[in-house]
Write a protein that binds this ligand. Structure first.
Ligand SMILES: [Zn+2]
Length: 161
């Protein structure tokens, strides 16, 4: 295993997020399996929330499907996306949760999607995570941005947009 994956595993164990993931896996009666890069996969998740096929808590990826499904070569991009979230947990620790919810709120308010402007989802890869990549900003955001005077914009020069 690459040193980077070992470091991620140690950090998410120490900051408690993997413990939280294992507790959720046990409490929801999923089956814990060995994944890739030292990540655990909790398969057979059944609760309606969150409404995604996979989500990650520390170094644990919880999925409604099976570990085989997620580890299939065809799902390499999705696994990579969830694995990137595990790396975010290594850096942020429990602060991942408030950061994630704030990012979801910002994204939803500005685009109507939880992921499109969510910096943690963008960092993990929008396309791999199944999020729209080209959503326009809502009209109030565009109006707000155009109301901000730009120092770079001078009379007669073309708009930077
Ligand atoms: Zn994601």
């Amino acid at each position: 295993m690459a040193a980077r994956h070992v470091a991620r595993g140690i950090l998410t164990a120490l900051n408690g997020t993997t413990g939280a993931g294992v507790l959720i896996a046990l409490a929801t009666r999923t089956k814990l399996r060995r994944g890739r890069h030292g990540v655990l996969i909790a398969e057979g998740y059944r609760l309606p929330v969150p409404p995604a096929s996979c989500f990650t808590v520390g170094s644990v990826i919880l999925t409604r499907r099976s570990a085989e499904w997620l580890l299939d070569e065809q799902r390499a991009a999705l696994f990579g996306h969830e694995h990137r979230h595990a790396e975010q947990y290594a850096v942020l620790g429990p602060l991942f949760w408030p950061a994630y919810w704030a990012a979801c709120g910002w994204s939803y308010a500005t685009t109507g999607s939880w992921g499109a402007r969510n910096f943690l989802e963008r960092n993990a890869g929008l396309k791999a995570g199944g999020y729209p990549t080209d959503l326009p900003l809502r009209p109030w955001v565009v109006r707000g941005l155009s109301a901000i005077p730009s120092r770079r914009r001078r009379r007669g020069s073309p708009s930077p947009d």
